[in-house]
Ligand binder design. Sequence first.
Ligand SMILES: NC(=O)c1ccc[n+]([C@@H]2O[C@H](COP(=O)([O-])OP(=O)(O)OC[C@H]3O[C@@H](n4cnc5c(N)ncnc54)[C@H](O)[C@@H]3O)[C@@H](O)[C@H]2O)c1
Length: 432
Amino acid sequence: MVQGTCLAESGNDVVCIDKVVDKIEGLKRGRLPIYEPGLGEQVHRNQRDGRLKFTTDLAEGIAEAEIVFIAVGTPQADDGGADLSGVWAVGRQVAESLSSPKIIVVKSTVPVGTNAELARRMAEVSKFPVDVASNPEFLKEGAAIEDFNKPDRVVVGVRRPEVADRLHALYAPFLRTDRPFLVMSPESAEMTKYVANCLLATKISFINEMANLCEAYGADVNEVRRGIGHDQRIGFHFLHPGVGYGGSCFPKDIRAVIHMARSKGLQARMMESVDEVNEAQKDVLFRKIEAYFERTLPERTIAIWGLAFKPRTDDIREAPALVLIDTLLKAGVELRVHDPEALANVREIYGDRLTYCDRPYGALEQADALVIATEWNEFRNPDFEVMLRLLRHPVIFDGRNVFEPARVTALGFAYHGIGRAATAVASATRPG
Ligand SMILES: NC(=O)c1ccc[n+]([C@@H]2O[C@H](COP(=O)([O-])OP(=O)(O)OC[C@H]3O[C@@H](n4cnc5c(N)ncnc54)[C@H](O)[C@@H]3O)[C@@H](O)[C@H]2O)c1
């Protein structure tokens, strides 16, 4: 969606193809299948101006194309590796449908060697020569349009320099601020994407592990962050403790790398630990809630703010909030949940087992505690007086360290963050 739309926005004619009829029919009528800030407006404008079209007919969709991007999902397979069935299926269909030579670009995140294998498979079927190039995607959900328009870098993996030149021309409008266009082998490009995600996920698991240590020893991880971040070798980016990473990329990509290592008789020990630390971190809030309410937990009603795996998206794939919901439901807790964009997706999974609240304050009515699982901006400065009136117990479990402990405790809340000592008020208001 983002790739197609942004390329149309820069003047190209783009056809987006998907096999899911509902998605394409919805898009033809202007209904987007995902929430992404700024995307709707650009889709509608480019659709109206005839540069952006949608179809389920692959042969028709690629007929006029010079470049075909493959951006299908590559989810985790049963063995932990990447499931490439979508890439192979589309590659085959494209090869069978070719009516002229084309450049095929793999946008999906794929294990090293996939481009080479795809080129081999397509050459077996196609009557025309094809170039297969790798062009990994680095955008962030929630800021995808911005990231596409101002990428830190564009990476392409090619076998022939002419292919890199064509792709450079396509991306030139987005590289005007001297952002680098990096040309390398398809293998290196494929690996670049995984290495980037491995390092980012490592930073998250690292700071989460340190946060848990801070908490155990009475240090505050936010102060420690300030203490380390000014060191230019370390910096502040991606070192926010929380309830673990989720989403459609980090979990599966880290496991794909573990699987890639095993396939070569190696062991990706650090990545195994990163995954393990992350799984344990998803349980941290539950353990705090359980310790707080003790045996009275099953009688409680808890409000959760934020369900998407991160703010500014409706994506709930592998969202830590869902793990918390499952555990709390199992413990017999009633849940009142709110998210600015993800409620419909969550309702599809849980049906009438949760109470869905359109407004954040609605979720607090008759609740014994508030849990923050995703740090949407609108949660940062709420009306604490209203919250105190609505909650049965003024206790906050802040899974994203959104609030300042001193501020909320002064107002009368008990506060439990990540990597910060629980506040003294907590024991004063602890329910019997
Ligand atoms: N979502 C992100 O932020 C992000 C960022 C970087 C890289 N990636 C990578 O991009 C790829 C796609 O991710 P996504 O989040 O957009 O996945 P997605 O599952 O949301 O979208 C993939 C689309 O491909 C369609 N599809 C699957 N098989 C098909 C087929 N045979 N023919 C036609 N259409 C088919 C699906 O119907 C779906 O609409 C993945 O490899 C992912 O790792 C995603």
